[in-house]
Write a protein that binds this ligand. Sequence first.
Ligand code: KIV
Length: 273
Amino acid sequence: MSTYTVEDPRKVTTRRLAEMKAKGEKIAMLTAYDYSMAKLIDEAGMDVILVGDSASNVMAGNMTTLPITLDQMIYHAKSVIKGTSRALVVCDMPFGTYQGNPIEALASAVRIMKESHAEAVKMEGGAEIIESIERILSAGIPVMGHLGLTPQSINKFGTYNVRAREEAEAEKLIHDAKLLEEAGCFAVVLEKIPAELAVKVSESLSIPTIGIGAGAGCDGQVLVMHDMLGINKGFSPRFLRRYADLGTVIEDAVGNYIKDVKNSDFPNESEQY
Ligand code: KIV
């Protein structure tokens, strides 16, 4: 039984997100990678479902988001789209598919839109990739930006620590956020930056900011589904609120099933033909 009642049952669009920011209504975003979870999340009333390249970590077991391919992201996004009717579905552009040049970036984004039917793409970075963002936007594909801790650059950063604590990096982030807005991005994710900086960016933009580890001043929040449901048990950064302990629920259920099979308690008479 859902504990949240959707007040506006209309399909969420990029335009609707702009209206939400203008009205001061917070935006809820969560990742999903498959049909069944997307269906549950959509029915619970989520505004935006992100087919994150965090699939590389939580679905494929990689240490970073770098190895996931365009084909794999399209596979995940296609499954999510089939389970979604209200939420806006945004698909991450994976590492190496947009940084090279705008033509290659557009080709990657077009494949995502055509083959998965996702409704928008997300890209990590600011000034460095602005030409690729502009090219994709010029084809009518909505783009969500992503600044602060950008996990595709982990090998450059060297750590997953909070970003933009120093003035120079904070200034660059503010500048990049403005560039993304001016280019026509419909929203921007702010990952792991000081809350005060996130407030400053959110107040200076007319497009919504969606925070993860960026404090309460953002226009919306995003979490990785496996983290907030307690499936990814070893991951517990300060910003993460756990809404369930599904890891334990699953382990207990599977343990009970194994016990019942071993003891010949399953199936019983009513569970056979
Ligand atoms: O890939 C992802 O899940 C993300 C979110 C953490 C914003 O980019």
